[in-house]
Design a protein around this ligand. Structure first.
Ligand SMILES: *[C@@H]1O[C@H](CO)[C@@H](O)[C@H](O)[C@H]1NC(C)=O
Ligand SMILES: *[C@@H]1O[C@H](CO)[C@@H](O)[C@H](O)[C@H]1NC(C)=O
Ligand SMILES: *[C@@H]1O[C@H](CO)[C@@H](O)[C@H](O)[C@H]1NC(C)=O
Ligand SMILES: *[C@@H]1O[C@H](CO)[C@@H](O)[C@H](O)[C@H]1NC(C)=O
Ligand SMILES: *[C@@H]1O[C@H](CO)[C@@H](O)[C@H](O)[C@H]1NC(C)=O
Ligand SMILES: *[C@@H]1O[C@H](CO)[C@@H](O)[C@H](O)[C@H]1NC(C)=O
Ligand SMILES: *[C@@H]1O[C@H](CO)[C@@H](O)[C@H](O)[C@H]1NC(C)=O
Ligand SMILES: *[C@@H]1O[C@H](CO)[C@@H](O)[C@H](O)[C@H]1NC(C)=O
Ligand SMILES: *[C@@H]1O[C@H](CO)[C@@H](O)[C@H](O)[C@H]1NC(C)=O
Ligand SMILES: CC(=O)N[C@H]1CO[C@H](CO)[C@@H](O)[C@@H]1O
Length: 457
């Protein structure tokens, strides 16, 4: 009896451990490594990779091997980076706070997955990086170093940042991660360019007066009126509230921002209020805003990216910048503030500005115009989505390769780890000859449609 008792207690204890173990492990993994240097954010990818520009950075699948071919050496490396994950912008933070307050004021019940909302306290700040966003940038600096170690052990990066606090802090965190990974002493930002309507700043564009993001809002509104009503009805019927379509999108935004505010656990409970399909619809909603508001779908989007492309061409070819759009000639004609022979460069910017630069490069020129009535996934958009292009801590690498037995160098562009095809310069395996690349960039070299930026009153 006694021994049977002991063994059954033992058995029960074992069962208990076995039942507990997987949960402990899951927690442990998600705590330790939701974010990582090589893969970026990897917890619940079916959901977390569909938050548009509010996604945390993740390594995007690539059809072409992202490692340089064996017989090639990297001779030039540059990164154009978005800042890391942040709290909502001030206006949004006020609206999210008001939404939560109004739900808590009017809700008649909090069934199932809505239970957490009853006592949820809104504590998000505004505009600045969160700790998770800082860590993304530290990881990004290490990611760059790992990829380009051989080159950057010889050449230190020349670093420019747009002037907003979160961008400058992101650049410094990137440099910290770069220094930690490389063992080099801490480096610093070389040039900070002021943001604002009077500033010629290729990392923050505000000088094209005739430009408007309105068609982005229109496309988003059209799509919102299609996908949101069923979601809004479900939320309202569960809570007994009367929130609007726009407020429903805010509730979805909270999934990302609440996750960013406390990233050590798994996803925020806001994420569980919506289905996978709804996250895909939401991601597409954000994608439409970037495409038509700033990118290839906007008549003056690409034009604002032309100045940066002309700076890139100057760096790639080691010849002075030729541009008549939004470069600052004082900065760019001076080798202290715009060296031509650095070979390693890092620029820090914003999602909207990067979207314009991608358009100026023509990276998504073959993408069919995005529909405002049905989701087109990345398979149908040549890899274009806000999450695949401008998540927090987004990074576009432009590199040059010198391959054996070839005189001319090659150019490759790697968008968040995805090698771009570069069909516009006869790209094969995602690389094209430097001269073909420069030739393909006629749009920027000829100033885009800068002449249309002037407002005639
Ligand atoms: C993620 O999505 C894929 C494709 O829709 C599906 O097959 C898979 O079961 C999903 N994974 C999880 C963990 O939900
Ligand atoms: C809550 O409801 C009361 C009564 O309807 C109203 O006076 C108050 O303004 C509401 N507060 C919020 C935050 O919505
Ligand atoms: C150009 O850069 C110089 C040096 O930083 C600065 O003083 C000047 O205000 C800038 N001009 C414009 C138009 O941005
Ligand atoms: C929606 O798309 C259609 C077809 O491309 C277009 O004609 C229409 O102007 C778009 N509407 C909005 C509001 O973006
Ligand atoms: C819900 O709000 C809309 C305006 O957003 C209003 O037209 C409608 O009457 C409200 N419904 C209820 C039941 O309060
Ligand atoms: C700023 O850009 C405008 C428009 O291209 C140009 O006329 C002006 O000379 C630029 N200023 C500087 C300092 O580069
Ligand atoms: C170049 O820029 C540096 C740093 O701003 C400045 O000290 C120097 O005077 C500039 N040189 C010329 C020729 O303007
Ligand atoms: C992309 O398309 C625009 C508009 O048609 C064109 O002007 C530009 O040259 C194209 N860019 C490339 C790199 O092919
Ligand atoms: C997208 O294409 C890839 C192959 O390129 C395929 O494995 C994947 O299932 C496709 N996804 C969807 C949603 O169609
Ligand atoms: C490595 C890591 O992120 N550990 C964290 C796990 O979660 C606990 C509680 O939130 C933190 O205190 C640890 O720092």
């Amino acid at each position: 009896m006694a021994s049977r008792g002991t063994s059954s207690r033992c058995y029960a204890a074992l069962l208990c451990i076995l039942l507990t173990l997987p949960r402990v492990i899951t927690l442990h993994i998600s705590n330790k490594s939701c974010d990582s240097i090589d893969d970026g954010y990897r917890c619940s990818p079916n959901v977390s990779h569909f938050w548009g520009q509010y996604s945390l950075w993740f390594s995007v699948p690539s059809e072409v091997d992202r490692d340089a071919p064996k017989d090639c050496d990297v001779t030039f490396a540059s990164v154009l980076s978005r800042h890391g994950g942040r709290d909502p912008t001030l206006g949004k933070s006020i609206m999210y706070n008001a939404l939560i307050a109004s739900i808590q004021n009017t809700s008649t019940s909090y069934p199932g997955e809505f239970a957490f909302l009853k006592d949820y306290k809104y504590t998000l700040g505004a505009d600045q990086l969160t700790d998770a966003g800082r860590q993304e940038m530290v990881n990004s600096g290490a990611h760059f170093y790992r990829r380009y170690a051989k080159l950057v052990d010889k050449k230190k990066p020349f670093v420019r940042s747009a002037g907003q606090d979160r961008v400058i802090e992101s650049a410094n965190k990137w440099l910290q991660g770069f220094a930690e990974e490389s063992g080099q002493s801490t480096l610093s930002i070389d040039v900070t360019i002021a943001e604002g309507a009077d500033s010629n700043n290729t990392l923050s564009h505000e000088t094209c007066d005739a430009y408007s993001s309105k068609i982005g809002d229109e496309a988003q509104n059209t799509w919102m009126s299609k996908f949101i009503p069923p979601i809004r009805s479900r939320v309202n019927s569960k809570l007994g509230t009367n929130i609007t379509d726009v407020q429903t999108t805010y509730l979805m935004d909270m999934c990302s921002f609440d996750t960013l505010a406390s990233p050590t656990a798994s996803l925020s409970p806001f994420c569980g209020l919506f289905t996978e399909e709804e996250w895909h619809q939401y991601d597409y909603y954000q994608t439409l805003g970037k495409w038509y508001g700033y990118g290839t779908g906007n008549p003056l989007g690409a034009t604002q990216g032309a100045g940066w492309v002309n700076e890139l061409i100057a760096r790639l070819t080691e010849t002075p910048v030729q541009d008549s759009t939004n470069t600052n000639t004082t900065l760019d004609s001076n080798t202290t503030t715009f060296p031509l022979d650095s070979k390693v460069y890092a620029d820090f910017s914003h999602d909207n500005d990067m979207s314009r630069i991608f358009a100026a490069l023509g990276l998504y020129n073959t993408t069919k115009p995005l529909s405002n009535t049905t989701v087109q996934g990345t398979n149908e958009t040549d890899g274009y989505s806000a999450a695949w292009t401008v998540p927090f801590a987004a990074r576009m690498y432009v590199e040059k390769l010198k391959c054996s037995n070839e005189d001319e160098e090659y150019v490759r562009i790697i968008m968040n780890d995805r090698v771009m095809p570069l069909e516009f310069c006869n790209g094969h395996d995602g690389r094209c000859r430097l001269s073909h690349f420069v030739h393909s960039q006629l749009f920027s070299r000829s100033g885009g449609h800068w002449d249309q930026c002037a407002v005639h009153s």
